[in-house]
Design a protein around this ligand. Structure first.
Ligand code: MN
Length: 646
């Protein structure tokens, strides 16, 4: 058996029966979680994992990552799928390979620290449903946020993988915080917490090749548990950094099947298998099996998801991620958010402001939820600050961070920003220094009470406890109390193919089907639609076959005249009160006042969630609430009148 790099003249055995390597690199596949999360907006459906499930089980992966925060969120919010059910279904087909999940420490699969009782119940249920490896991270690398979940993982007899979030403040490892010593001391801490393995979690693909070599070498000397590398392909460094990590003795790496790999996703598994073939670190995988799985994914699965792929650039790599330190997903989020607010021209200002906000907030690693916290605050500063005053609109999560509710930041928070954030903060003006969950009241019993009419088991209760608004909506869909909207329904491959064919026709200006049938006369009810395909524009006329169409309108209730005009939404009439308008698009998560309530200026009336961050919207003046135009769960546009104060 060869060491890497040495040429040999005897033929290499490609068959899966080739002699086992002395120290094979173990591989975890991410196609079912981070793969579709990175490329296809986390929209992967369980039914599209089943065609390859059994084959994937036969590859010999160390583990399959099947679950995580974004999957839990996207499944119940966008796919009308029960996140717990996915684990159980996949387990029926995948019996040999362990399942891993990405657990956000005390944040679980949400965006804030939950109370200890919720955290314990969540881990117990995840283990009972079939999760074997808990890859656990904290966005601040504050391991006090592991203290509740780790003992539960251990009690359930499961594998605790402790993560060190890898981040930088310079283009290479080093600088004032994130040095080699920082990482080795974090590894020490994790080993003391009895981590079964340690993961370098490079969520933005920042780790460069020689830093990978140096880091893995140092960690292997520091701790005795296996070292696992998780990185992303965004910057184009990942193949080189993984190979250097392998040379430095990394035990486990993360890859995706080729169709789920590259761009902002991960290293594909196939070239790694071929690179290591016949060496002392040979994976032992059957390359032909991998190729057949890849073909099924390409043919049967990917066509359904192509629309989510951001392929606006020809280039697959983006080295600028090393220069501005912003993860790829966060960049597209920021751009989307600006676009929705008609402020895409401000993107350069956002790039410039982001490192300043990050520094003010203690040079936090940028990973969920800190990437959202820093990103949304940056956008708020760019859009709402004026006249030299900064931080005029501070999100609730920045206030929580300043209070210490997420834990200890790697560097101290800017004192001026902290003071401003904590002015009027309900928990107090003095930040805490203890483990954050210590000050959180138990939440589980209250959640059980609140959702007892809908939830049928603890798994249901947890969906609600973690996502009160969208979770409750999902439970209504699940138990037939509410009809799920068409956009959450799955599409078949045939439907997708028909849509693609239509787009192709539109591209060549041939939208109208040529038919031998006589063309019916156009009625007065013909409705015009503007159709945009790429940069081309088409005007399409639509009419229901057989009778005049009422497309776009809800069918009228019996007895109601069809021609009755829809009730216009209440306009802001000057003099009739002061409207509170939505400063940004988002979803209403809480309404603190009712019609008739007396409010004082700056008192919270409504909480609006935008980009997962909550913004408290205060009364524009003192007075009486005369009108509330929204309800919890409503999606609103920028400028919508949410309520009126008289
Ligand atoms: Mn990742």
């Amino acid at each position: 058996m060869r060491k890497h790099g040495r040429l040999q003249t005897t033929p290499i055995d490609y068959s899966p029966k080739r002699p086992a390597a002395a120290s094979p690199v173990k591989i975890q596949d991410l196609s079912f979680r981070d793969g579709h999360q990175s490329l296809f907006a986390t929209r992967g459906r369980t039914e599209d994992m089943l065609p390859i499930a059994e084959m994937m089980d036969n590859v010999g992966f160390w583990a399959l990552e099947t679950w995580g925060g974004a999957t839990f969120d996207a499944m119940h919010r966008f796919l009308n799928e029960d996140p717990w059910e996915r684990i159980r279904t996949l387990k029926k087909y995948i019996k040999k390979t362990p399942f891993s999940m990405l657990l956000r420490g005390q944040n679980l699969v949400g965006y804030r620290n939950y109370a200890d009782d919720v955290a314990r119940a969540f881990v117990e249920r995840a283990a009972a449903n079939g999760i074997d490896i808990f890859r656990t991270f904290d966005a601040l690398n504050d391991y006090r946020n592991f203290e509740t979940v780790v003992p539960v993982i251990k009690e359930c007899g499961k594998h605790f993988q402790g993560c060190i979030c890898y981040t930088m403040t310079e283009p290479r490892m080093g600088g004032e915080v994130y040095t080699l010593e920082y990482y080795t001391s974090k590894a020490h801490e994790l080993e003391k917490m009895e981590a079964d393995s340690i993961c370098i979690k490079d969520m933005a693909g920042l780790l460069s090749s020689y830093d990978a070599y140096e880091l893995v070498t140092a960690l292997k000397k520091t701790v005795s548990v296996p070292i696992h590398l998780h990185s992303h392909s965004t910057s184009g460094l990942s193949a080189m950094s993984h190979l250097k990590a392998i040379e430095a003795g990394v035990d486990i790496i993360d890859t995706c099947m080729a169709p789920y790999a590259n761009r902002t996703s991960h290293l594909p598994v196939e070239p790694i298998v071929m690179t290591l073939l016949g060496t002392d670190r040979d994976t032992g995988f059957d390359i032909n099996l991998l190729v057949s799985i890849g073909e099924i994914i390409e043919r049967q699965i990917i066509p359904k998801y192509r629309q989510y792929l951001n392929d606006s650039k020809v280039s697959l790599t983006d080295i600028s991620v090393l220069l501005h330190q912003t993860p790829g997903g966060m960049l597209s989020n920021l751009a989307n958010q600006l676009k929705e607010m008609d402020a895409l021209d401000k993107i350069e200002q956002v790039y410039a402001e982001l490192p300043r906000v990050r520094k003010d907030l203690g040079q936090v690693p940028l990973v969920t939820p800190t990437s959202q916290i820093v990103g949304v605050q940056t956008v708020n500063n760019v859009l709402f600050d004026s006249g030299g005053e900064r931080y005029t609109r501070i999100t609730d999560q920045v206030k929580d961070l300043c209070y210490g509710l997420y834990g200890k930041t790697p560097m101290p928070i800017n004192e001026d920003v902290r003071k401003k954030a904590l002015k009027g903060y309900p928990r107090g003006q003095e930040p805490i220094a203890c483990r954050p969950a210590e000050i959180l009241e138990p939440e589980l019993d209250r959640a059980k009470q609140e959702i007892k009419d809908l939830a049928q088991n603890l798994d249901d209760v947890l969906i609600y406890a973690l996502y009160p608004v969208t979770g409750k909506r999902f439970l209504k869909w699940k138990y037939g109390k509410e009809q799920p909207p068409p956009e959450v329904q799955p599409k078949s491959l045939e439907q997708v193919r028909a849509e693609l064919a239509l787009i192709e026709k539109a591209k060549v200006g041939n939208v109208i089907e040529k038919t031998d049938k006589p063309v019916p006369a156009k009625s007065d009810h013909l409705r015009k639609f503007n159709v945009f395909v790429d940069n081309e524009y088409f005007e399409v006329c639509v009419e229901e076959a057989g009778r005049p169409s009422v497309v776009g309108r809800v069918p009228p209730a019996p007895g109601v005249a069809c021609s009755a005009p829809p009730k216009p939404s209440a306009p802001a009439v000057p003099g009739a009160g002061t409207p509170l308008t939505a400063p940004m698009p988002g979803m209403i998560v809480s309404i603190e006042k009712q019609v008739g309530d007396v409010v004082t200026a700056k008192e919270t009336v409504i909480v609006l969630e935008a980009m997962k961050m909550e913004n408290t919207l205060a009364a524009p003046k003192s007075g009486k609430v005369s009108e509330i135009n929204v309800k919890i769960g409503d999606t609103v546009k920028k400028g919508d009148v949410l309520c009126v104060i008289e």
